[in-house]
Design a protein around this ligand. Structure first.
Ligand code: 6GU
Length: 295
C-alpha cells in the first residue's frame, strides 16, 4: 500500500518507523512518504493559512497551496470548475455534509487513490472504514491545522472524480489532523494481510464483524495474583463453557458501557444463549435489532 501524508509537521510521522508499522515499511508492505505542505508555497513566509471569510477567530488553510500539492501528488491538471454551490446556502451545505458523502465501502476501486482529510466535523471513523481502507492500494492523507481547511478543497477533488473521505476520530477537538491520521493509519494497516504476526487476534477483537461487542476480560498466569483469582471456568479446560462464559461477559460488559452497540446488533446473528443473556439484562430480542426495555 502506498501512503502519502501531507502536513506542516511532517516530522511528527517519524514515529511511524517503530514497531509493527516500521517493520511493514522495512518489508515493503507499506511505502510511506511524508510531504511538507509548505514546499508548495511561493511567498517568503511560506504561509498556508488565512483569515476566515465572514470573520471569526482562527485561521483557515488556503485552497491554493493545498491544491498545488494535491495536484502534484494525484497527477492532476488544475481546472476551473463551474461550481455554483454557494457556501452561503446552508440547505445545500447540510445536504452535502452528511455521511453519504463518504462513498460506499463496496464501490471503492482499490487502484484509485483515496484522499482522506481528518476533520472533527466529519462522520466518525469506524472499524468498518478501517477494514475497507485496508484493501486500498493508495491512501493520501491531508492533515489540516488551525481552524480547518477551505471547504472547497474536498469539493473540488470530488468534482475531479477523486474518492475523497473526511473523518473525525471522536467527539473531542485536537489541534490538528496529525494525531487523527496516526490513529486511522494504525487501525487501517494492521488489517492488511501480512501485517500482523497472528491474524487470529484480529478476528476476535471488539468492533469487528457483524457482532461488534466489547471484548471479554483477559487474564494470564499466575492463577492467583496478590490474592486475586480468575474465573474458575477459564481453568476448567471445557472450551464450550469457556466460549460461552466469554461471550456472556462480552455481552454484559457491552450492555454496561456501550448499550448503543447492543442496539446495533443483528438479531439474526444471535444464538439462543445470546438471546437469553440479553433478555436477562433487560433487552427485547425480536425484530431486526435488540431493544432495551423500560428505557
Ligand atoms: Cl480528525 N481532527 C481534529 N483536529 N480534531 C479531531 C479529529 C480530527 N477527530 C476528533 N477530533
Amino acid at each position: 500500500m502506498k501512503i502519502d501524508i501531507v502536513s506542516v509537521f511532517p516530522e511528527y510521522f517519524e514515529a511511524l518507523n517503530v514497531g509493527l508499522f516500521g517493520k511493514a515499511i522495512e518489508h515493503g508492505l507499506l511505502d510511506v512518504k511524508t510531504h511538507d505542505l509548505r514546499d508548495w508555497t511561493h511567498d517568503v513566509h511560506h504561509s498556508v493559512d488565512d483569515t476566515p471569510v465572514g470573520g471569526g477567530a482562527g485561521m483557515v488553510m488556503k485552497p491554493e497551496v493545498w491544491a498545488e500539492c494535491l495536484d502534484d501528488l494525484l497527477e492532476l491538471e488544475p481546472v476551473e470548475i463551474a461550481d455554483t454551490n454557494d457556501v452561503a446556502d446552508s440547505s445545500k451545505q447540510s445536504e452535502s455534509d452528511d455521511d453519504s458523502e463518504n462513498p460506499d465501502l463496496s464501490e471503492a476501486n482499490p487502484a484509485k487513490p483515496i484522499l482522506i482529510f481528518p476533520n472533527p466535523s466529519a462522520p466518525l471513523f469506524t472499524q468498518r472504514d478501517a477494514t475497507e481502507l485496508s484493501r486500498a492500494d493508495h491512501l493520501l492523507f491531508g492533515c489540516g491545522r488551525y481552524e480547518g481547511y477551505d471547504a472547497r478543497i474536498p469539493r473540488y477533488y470530488r468534482a475531479q472524480g477523486v474518492d475523497v473521505r473526511e473523518y473525525s476520530i471522536g467527539d473531542y477537538v485536537l489541534n490538528g489532523g496529525e494525531v487523527a491520521v496516526s490513529v486511522m493509519l494504525e487501525a487501517i494497516t494492521r488489517l492488511m494481510p501480512g501485517f500482523m504476526g497472528n491474524p487470529d487476534s484480529i478476528v476476535e477483537e471488539s468492533y469487528t464483524g457483524q457482532n461488534a461487542l466489547l471484548e471479554h476480560y483477559q487474564y494470564t498466569k499466575p492463577a492467583i495474583w496478590r490474592g486475586m483469582g480468575v474465573p474458575d471456568v477459564l481453568t476448567s479446560g471445557d472450551h464450550g463453557n469457556v466460549n460461552r462464559f466469554r461471550r456472556d461477559e462480552a455481552i454484559a460488559h457491552t450492555d454496561r458501557l456501550r448499550p448503543d452497540l447492543i442496539a446495533q446488533l443483528d438479531c439474526k446473528s444471535l444464538d439462543k444463549a445470546d438471546r437469553k443473556t440479553l433478555m436477562s439484562l433487560g433487552w427485547e430480542v425480536s425484530g431486526s435489532h435488540p431493544r432495551k426495555l423500560n428505557d
